[in-house]
Design a protein around this ligand. Structure first.
Ligand code: FES
Length: 58
């Protein structure tokens, strides 16, 4: 059974992890140039958000 986790990075994207490996990073700042994925634009936008994690059970 795969372990899937959403890792909300402080001031950054949502890392979608499967079995501890990062599959992709989703933008949550709204400034990405390659939505829905993070392009790194959150840094220039000075995006701020809290860190948290969510584990998805299959
Ligand atoms: S979170 Fe990285 S570009 Fe939006």
């Amino acid at each position: 059974m795969a372990k899937v986790e959403l890792d909300f990075v402080k001031d950054g994207p949502i890392l979608v992890k499967k079995n501890e490996q990062v599959e992709f990073a989703l933008c949550r700042c709204g400034h990405s140039t390659k939505k829905p994925f993070c392009s790194g634009a959150h840094m220039a936008a000075k995006f701020t958000a809290e860190a948290s994690k969510l584990e998805i059970k299959e």
